[in-house]
Design a protein around this ligand. Structure first.
Ligand code: ARG
Length: 456
């Protein structure tokens, strides 16, 4: 028997039931649905819309149903369409007719909006904990590598020497912004839609503020039409998670490059790598590749829901049932990616010597050589030209700026002196960059400290 069957002269087709139903995926909202109903029914009792005895009976029934669902004793029914009607039908069969009063002054439209908001709130808390663990791991790793010199790149060409800590802390900043976006999304989610009814509230004297308070919301959705039509909070989360995946994907891309034989800057732990079924020598960075790959589905979920919402007239439309799978998929994906990514970087081995060797080739100290001339009085543009000539000389004679004898330097410009070698040593290049935000041990250590303080 359908809960809305009264107006119908005929059974729905099986295909209709199957097509229309969302229970296969919205059953994960059972807890939010029950908690929301308990708050609603408690308010109905307090407002004398139903009797206190009826309110208590329904609340007791809902609590016992919650226990049984949690034990795994309940199977849901596709004919009952969604989690809201499944729970109502189960409650009626459990405690009888009094359960039919539960839906007084409520619609599934404000009920589903409530459930999704409660669910999103809970998941944001979990995601924040996971992201925080990743950020802590980045900080711990950075602390160990404030002196680990590596080449910094632009255009994937060796550019200037930096430290591994400096590079890692760039990701910390990205994750910090992601964290703030999660907090922003939580704030936008944290308003109570219940009481909006189907779209135009109700004639019963509902106390929406009391329900908001009992469910720990920051306030109520101020307009009932918006209350049932708004999925911005889902989109905020989908965008936040897309950007977080973009950051994880860029980090993954570097891990994949760095673990290649060509770079060999890191070695992934065996526990977080995989082999090949044919090539016995292979050790593959599958985890990083999958994180990079899964970024596509998370972007897709955002585009999908944006497209679903585009052009929907106010207020509720069934199209909006499509919000949940997109939202759940992105949340599930991040809940898989974040912990394994954290473990992967926590356990990887950093090959300091290879990083240093890479920084020593490719003229990453050429800017510093030019700056040396500037300090001796040359204009930067002229210094650039002089060092350019020296680099060309080194390239054609297969040598480096460090190895070039002083006579060669002086042949190109008489101003060069013995102190050039000190000025272009990688250690000098890194540690003289004391500007805030830069790679020197001093600057990065200060950043690590402020980052750790922020995380507390
Ligand atoms: N399963 C529906 C959803 O997910 C619940 C709301 C249905 N409301 C309605 N009037 N058909 O959006």
């Amino acid at each position: 028997m359908k809960l809305w069957g009264g107006r119908f002269a005929k059974e729905t087709d099986q295909l209709t039931d199957h097509f229309n139903s969302s229970i296969s995926f919205d059953q994960r909202l059972y807890k939010q649905d029950i908690i929301g109903s308990i708050a609603h029914v408690a308010m109905l009792g307090a407002q004398n819309i139903i009797s206190m005895a009826e309110s208590d009976a329904i609340i007791n029934g809902l609590n016992s149903l919650l226990e049984d669902i949690e034990k795994g004793d309940i199977t849901f029914n596709e004919k009952m369409e969604d989690i809201h009607m499944n729970i109502e039908a189960l409650l009626i069969s459990r405690i009888g007719d009094v359960a039919k009063k539960m839906h007084t002054g409520r619609s599934r439209n404000d009920q589903v909006a409530l459930d999704v908001r409660l669910y999103t709130r809970d998941e944001i808390i979990t995601l924040k904990v996971m992201l925080k663990e990743l950020m802590q791991t980045v900080i711990a790793l950075a602390k160990d590598h404030t002196n680990t010199i590596m080449p910094g790149y632009t255009h994937l060409q060796r550019a200037q020497p930096i430290t591994f800590a400096h590079h890692l802390m760039a990701y910390f900043e990205m994750f910090k912004r992601d964290f703030k976006r999660l907090e922003f999304t939580y704030e936008n989610t944290n308003f109570l839609p219940l009481g909006s009814g189907a779209l135009a509230t109700t004639t019963y004297p509902l106390d929406r503020d009391a329900v908001a308070k009992s469910l720990d919301f920051n306030g109520i959705c101020e307009n009932s039409i918006d209350g049932v039509s708004d999925r911005d909070f889902c989109l905020d989360l989908l965008y936040t998670l897309s950007t977080l995946m973009m950051h994880l994907s860029r980090f993954s891309e570097e891990i994949i490059l760095w673990s290649s034989h060509e770079f060999h800057f890191i070695e992934l732990d065996d526990a977080y790598s995989t082999g090949s079924s044919i090539m016995p020598q292979k050790k593959n960075p599958d985890i990083a590749e999958l994180v990079r790959g899964k970024t596509g589905r998370v972007y897709g979920n955002l585009m999908s829901l944006l497209t679903t919402m585009k052009g929907l007239p106010l207020a509720y439309n069934k199209d909006m049932q499509e919000d949940k799978e997109r939202l759940f998929d992105s949340i599930d994906t991040l809940k898989m990616c974040l912990p394994i990514f954290t473990q992967m970087i926590k356990t990887m081995r950093v090959c300091k010597t290879n990083m240093y060797t890479a920084a020593s080739g490719g003229f990453t100290n050429a800017t510093d050589a030019a700056d040396y001339l500037v300090k001796k009085g040359l204009a930067f543009r002229d210094a650039h030209e002089v060092i350019g000539k020296l680099v060309l000389h080194c390239v054609t004679t297969h040598t480096t700026l460090e190895e070039l004898p002083l006579e060669t330097y002086q042949m190109i410009h008489p101003i060069f002196d013995e102190d050039i070698y000190e000025a272009i040593s990688l250690k000098t290049c890194v540690n003289e960059r004391q500007v805030k935000g830069g790679p020197s041990e001093k600057a990065v250590t200060a950043h690590i400290k402020s980052a750790a303080d922020w995380l507390q």
